[in-house]
Write a protein that binds this ligand. Structure first.
Ligand code: SF4
Length: 807
């Protein structure tokens, strides 16, 4: 339980009662619930909120507990509507009234709609992930037949989702943090959980105390690496090559779980020698070769359970050459074995910088741990062909029979909070059966269409079917730059940006500023803060924050429904995103769908007959700010795929992907070195520039918080002492970092905590924080044909080559 002694002391000292509040963070992180106390409307004390039935998970970190300082900082806030008077980017605006502002938006929007409703775009990101404010602009887009964008590609998260989906059918197969205790070893790559999934860190510490071995692969000595038993420095973007070599070692030493593979993976399924397609019966069933009958037979997916075994003995062949109906064929396991055989530890050592003996012992440790877990996230996938890392991670877990087993699995952090029936995840990937928007009235958007259906497409963030986007006028974010510049696949005449600092968080800022934005007639940004994006907008609207609004959030750790109500007074003339859409609706004839106040929407949502809301007293929930779901399961270490039936086309763990046969990537492989466009710069720009998420900020969302500036006040470039010495750079020197696309200047932080050949910077800094330039001037968004074939290109934010010089 939260320690209330400090609060009591505050109250006693002041001799007066304090007003308690509870609120849940809307930032793109962990939905932590925070509670605090106010006096005369001002926050005087703040602490982690109390989670019903799960007190040991009470959590909030320094970021959101300090963030209110920025929310009330009028110098940081957009105080009133502002219309541009100078050039875009000049910072010259005039104050206008809300009436004038909404009239202007309505006029520009109506003009775009008259030309082509699809030419009006509504772009939402993750700057406020409370339900109504996050999705209000998307809902408006659907009301009027306008366009929205599937955000995962441009944010650089999509590759992780795609890789896991390909193999497991689940984009987010996260084991709950309580399951750490069941692992004998946890292997981390692409994640700095201690700084980013902070609520899980305490469980990691407990597992380590119990004896779980923690091993971290990372180019940087991250906070997670620092607390691990072993940090293995690795060259950026090369994790896939190392994991392939691990699989090679495991198979060579006959440590792979052949029974599990035969029962639950695609390993025995036959594929054509001719075109790589799965052999199917006329009814579409997949086939394997039954060694007892010496014939092909249907291989329906088996159901298993976590009973500590690999399932029954199997007679499916895992190797061989066969013929089915005249088609020569073989089991997919042969393809996997052949591919990983190419990846000797020595070859992987050349690419990864990790010596062969370390790779070999890591592989043997992992296979013998029984069980070992993998924790990964988007850090290893923001590279060209980034989907390969989560694909190969999920395959490695299956190779040892760890998938669907307590203490095993390959998890995308534990961000899915897969407590059975608990998380109201919009993807339903965590066992949820309640859609995010399950208010029947919110669902109505006119023309007989359902916003819920639309949301399914918008939030098909993990879809591998591009048509799923098209059907709902949701376009791939990998197409947004081309769309603005060329009108293909959809014109953009009007762009409404909300919950997004688009320029700061998207790749290739010069392209955005010089080509994308100039091609758009009218850009309006709604934001609480005067962001870089706001500076390049024609109209800036003051949005209020999750500390000021009525809203609801349903995801996050634990089976909760959380209600936000205003904690502080509205700052300036700010309005919630939902209120802004409601004002706009009145001007464009959409008021029937926008007929409630924010509080009324919250009450409507809570007034549900779904089992999750059983016994719900709306006023109590609003008062307490959190509802422990009636159908939730509390404090049970759970993990997905425990029944070993996968939501893949074969119903099995599917490391063989037909779609990628033409690309030579039908089984996990390492492609990045061969066709990566950034390689053309390898000689000219020898350093890899990577970004990381640090403990002081989530993107730009915790910028300029005075309490957090204790940790870092300006961006630093982390550089290895050898690389620094070779360029005459000393610790604290100002350096210029550059490539053909752009440059920035900042101070050098010389540290052995980063591998040679790589430089790194915490992400989320804004131009005003740099001595000159910005790191997004150096990044790029090159289309990847393989990823476009799967769904959409993942922004390879960390696949960036640079050189540095002392400034
Ligand atoms: S930054 Fe993330 S972990 Fe920290 S309090 Fe906010 S939501 Fe929770």
């Amino acid at each position: 339980m939260a320690d209330t002694s400090a609060k009591d002391t505050v109250a006693a000292t002041q001799g007066e009662a304090l007003e308690k509040f509870t609120v849940t963070s809307g930032y793109n992180c962990c939905y932590c619930t925070i509670q605090g106390y106010k006096r005369d409307g001002s926050i005087v004390y703040i602490e982690p909120g109390e989670l019903p039935r799960m007190p040991e998970r009470n959590h909030a970190c320094q970021r959101c507990m300090a963030w209110w300082q920025r929310a009330v900082d009028e110098k940081e806030r957009v105080m009133y509507p502002m219309k541009r008077t100078g050039e875009r980017g000049s910072g010259q605006f005039e104050r206008i009234s809300w009436d004038e502002a909404i009239d202007l938006v309505a006029e520009k929007l109506s003009a775009a709609i008259a030309k082509d409703p699809r030419s009006a775009s509504f772009y939402i990101f993750t700057g406020n992930m409370c339900t109504f404010d996050w999705f209000a602009p998307a809902r408006m887009a659907h009301c009027i037949g306008a366009t929205t964008w599937a955000m995962e590609g441009i944010m650089g998260d999509h590759a992780t989702s795609v890789g896991f989906t390909m193999v497991t059918g689940n984009p987010d197969p996260g084991h709950d943090a309580l399951d750490f205790m069941n692992s004998n070893m946890i292997l981390f790559f692409g994640t700095n959980m201690v700084d980013t999934i902070v609520p899980s860190a305490r469980f990691l510490a407990r597992a380590k105390e119990k004896g779980t071995k923690l091993v971290v692969l990372d180019p940087r000595l991250s906070s997670t690496a620092a607390m691990a038993d072993q940090w293995i420095p690795i060259n950026p973007g090369t994790d896939t090559a190392l994991v392939l070599a691990m699989m090679n070692v495991i198979i060579k030493n006959d440590l792979h779980d052949k029974t599990w593979l035969a029962n639950y993976s695609c390993a025995p399924l036959l594929v054509s020698d001719v075109d790589g397609s799965y052999i199917r019966t006329k009814s579409g069933a997949y086939c394997a070769w039954d060694t007892s009958a010496n014939a092909a037979a249907e291989a329906a997916p088996s159901q298993g359970e976590d009973d500590g075994t690999s399932g029954p003995e199997s007679t499916w062949a895992l190797t061989g050459h066969f013929e089915v109906d005249g088609v020569p064929c073989h089991p997919t396991m042969d393809d996997l074995v052949a591919e990983v055989a190419k990846w000797t530890p020595e070859r992987a050592a050349e690419i990864t910088g990790v010596d062969a003996a370390t790779i070999e012992s890591l592989a043997l440790d992992y296979a013998k741990a029984q069980p070992a877990a993998i924790q990964t996230c988007t850090g290893s996938s923001r590279y060209y062909h980034g989907y390969e890392i989560s694909r190969v991670a999920a395959t490695l877990s299956g190779l040892c029979g760890y998938t669907g087993r307590a203490g095993g699995g390959a998890s995308r952090n534990n961000g899915g909070a897969p407590i059975d029936g608990a998380s109201l995840s919009f993807t339903g990937s965590s066992g949820s059966d309640v859609p995010l928007m399950n208010s029947a009235e919110w669902d109505v958007v006119g023309d007989g269409e359902s916003f819920g259906t639309f949301m399914g497409a918008t939030l098909a963030l993990y879809s591998t079917d591009p048509e799923a986007y098209r059907s709902a006028r949701v376009f791939k974010s990998s197409e947004i730059y081309d769309a603005a510049i060329t009108g293909d696949p959809v014109p953009i005449d009007f762009l409404y940006i909300a919950t997004a600092n688009f320029i700061n968080q998207s790749p290739d800022a010069h392209k955005v500023i010089d080509e994308v934005f100039p091609a758009i007639d009218f850009i309006v940004t709604a934001d609480p803060f005067n962001t870089w994006t706001a500076q390049y907008s024609d109209l800036v609207l003051p949005a209020s924050t999750w500390l000021e609004n009525w809203d609801i959030s349903t995801s996050g750790t634990g089976p909760y429904i959380r209600v936000n109500k205003p904690v502080i007074e509205r700052v300036g003339e700010s309005k919630s995103d939902t209120e802004i859409m409601t004002l706009l609706a009145k001007k464009i004839g959409q008021e029937a769908a926008w007929n409630k106040t924010d509080e009324e929407w919250v009450r409507t949502f809570l007034d549900s007959d779904h089992p999750a809301f059983e016994g719900c007293n709306i006023d109590d929930v609003i008062n307490e700010g959190i509802l422990a779901r009636a159908d939730g399961i509390y404090d049970r270490a759970t993990y997905p795929l425990g029944d070993k039936v996968f939501a893949t086309p074969t119903g099995r763990l599917e490391f063989y992907t037909e779609l990628l046969y033409p690309f030579g990537a039908h089984v996990p492989t390492y492609l990045r070195g061969e066709d990566n466009p950034e390689n053309q710069f390898a000689d000219k720009y020898p350093l890899m520039f990577i970004q990381y998420h640090d403990r002081a900020r989530v993107h730009t969302q915790h910028a300029k918080v005075k309490l957090l500036e204790v940790l870092e006040t300006e961006p630093h470039l982390h550089i290895n002492p050898d690389d620094a010495a070779a360029r005459g750079v000393a610790h604290g020197d100002v350096v210029r970092v550059f490539n053909d696309r752009g440059s920035f200047k900042c101070k050098a932080l010389v540290t052995p905590g980063i591998v040679k050949g790589a430089v790194a910077m915490g992400q989320g800094w804004e131009p005003r924080d740099f001595i000159e330039g910005h790191y997004q001037y150096l990044t790029h968004y090159a289309k990847n044909p393989v990823e476009e074939a799967i769904s959409m290109t993942n922004a390879a934010f960390y696949d960036v080559r640079v050189e540095i010089e002392k400034a």
